[in-house]
Design a protein around this ligand. Structure first.
Ligand code: FES
Ligand SMILES: [Fe+2]
Length: 383
């Protein structure tokens, strides 16, 4: 796939050698920055809640928390998916916990009763009570949208739709991974996997967005893939990274079957804190989301889709070998890098890093990192 001239110059049409200083260190460690990020990024962008299979029937619901803001999504009787804040308008109690199915939403505290559409159906009154009309009160709605089979919410009522905020991303994924239609949520991942890392969430995104560290930092990964011939493209609010196969079915990472497996690797990064990926191996597609737990920690949640039907007798074993390698080799290698970088942000001499940008040798290029930081500063209202 050719890279357009615009993309080669970070979409500006001009080489940008004057833009080689990275995001200042204080953005990675400052509590006040995190408070601004909540208001300007996390409460205004699309955040993952669940796979659509968790909302298969009317009444099915899933709760979620976005940096302390509690929400739930529910399939209504008319088969719509709606989202609401998970808080009772009476006195503020939480309405639902976990995931499950309900005929109605009944607050545990004083049993106010709401329909799946969020309308108040009953509150506890007597004929002598002074009480608000039922029609005066409803649950507070939250924007909900869907990409692929993933359900997202956005706490900003004026937010662009997913199709407008990440324009072309879903189509790009569907074209690149045409088998995704046949994948189902992994049985081993019906519960979301999460990994806590002692590094700011942006350090984790930065790490996801460059492969300059791959050849020496991920030796087995680099044996399986043709690291020098990777390329990436930059888009509005998202980026795409492709790493072709090295062609080695037997490699230092895990065994592949060229007759049945995906051999290349595809990553998408969607601003601000979402990643999608298809790895070499039996049919697969994964979602990752980085959620800060303070400036110094972030949790990466991961959900995996996989081919619903076995393609060959060895598939289950290869899938297991791939998962074990990711858990025991690749992830620890990256976590060590990220946690060290986070400590670097606290060193008195380190105020700001650097980018390498190279469109001829994209293995070396940190163009996607700069692209992320550009979007980040714009949304934070800074330049
Ligand atoms: S707080 Fe929910 S019914 Fe009172
Ligand atoms: Fe890495």
């Amino acid at each position: 796939m050719a890279i357009s001239a615009a993309e080669q110059t970070d979409m500006s049409g001009q080489p940008q050698r004057d833009r080689l200083r990275a995001l200042p260190a204080r953005y990675y460690v400052d509590e006040q920055v995190l408070a601004q990020e909540k208001e300007r990024l996390f409460f205004r962008t699309w955040q993952y809640v669940c796979h659509v299979s968790a909302l298969a029937k009317p009444g099915a619901y899933v709760t979620a928390e976005i940096l302390g803001q509690k929400v739930f999504v529910v399939r209504t009787r008319s088969d719509e998916i709606k989202a609401f804040y998970n808080v009772c308008p009476h006195r503020g109690h939480q309405l639902l916990e976990g995931a499950g199915s309900k005929q109605a939403i009944v607050c545990p505290y004083h049993h106010w009763n709401f329909t799946l559409d969020g309308d108040l159906r009953r509150h506890r009154t007597a004929s002598t009570s002074e009480a608000p009309e039922l029609s005066e009160i409803c649950l507070s709605p939250v924007r909900v949208d869907r990409m692929l089979d993933f359900i997202f919410v956005n706490l900003d009522p004026d937010a662009l739709s997913i199709a407008d905020f990440w324009p072309g991303a879903e189509e790009h994924i569907r074209t690149t991974c045409p088998d995704i239609e046949s994948y189902t949520i992994s049985t081993s991942a019906t519960v979301i996997h999460s990994t806590d890392v002692a590094a700011n969430w942006k350090i984790q995104v930065d790490n996801f967005l460059e492969c300059q560290h791959c050849r020496h930092g991920h030796k087995s990964f680099s044996d399986m893939l043709d690291i020098p011939n990777q390329f990436h493209t930059l888009h509005e609010n998202y980026a795409y990274n492709f790493i072709p196969s090295s062609g080695k079915a037997d490699n230092l990472a895990y065994p592949l079957d060229p007759a049945h497996d995906v051999m290349d690797l595809h990553f998408w990064y969607l601003f601000p804190n979402l990643g999608f990926g298809q790895f070499a191996g039996p049919g697969n597609f994964s979602l990752s989301q980085w959620l800060p737990a303070g400036p110094d920690r972030a949790t990466r949640i991961s959900v995996s889709l996989e081919a619903a039907e076995p393609t060959d007798p060895g598939m289950a074993d290869r899938r297991e070998r791939r998962a074990a390698w990711a858990r025991d080799v690749l992830q620890p290698e990256d976590i060590a890098f990220m946690e060290s970088v986070h400590q670097g942000m606290y060193q008195r001499c380190f105020t700001q890093g650097w980018y390498i940008v190279d469109w001829e040798n994209q293995e070396l290029s940190e163009s996607m990192v700069r692209h992320f930081h550009d979007h980040y500063l714009e949304h934070m209202g800074e330049t």
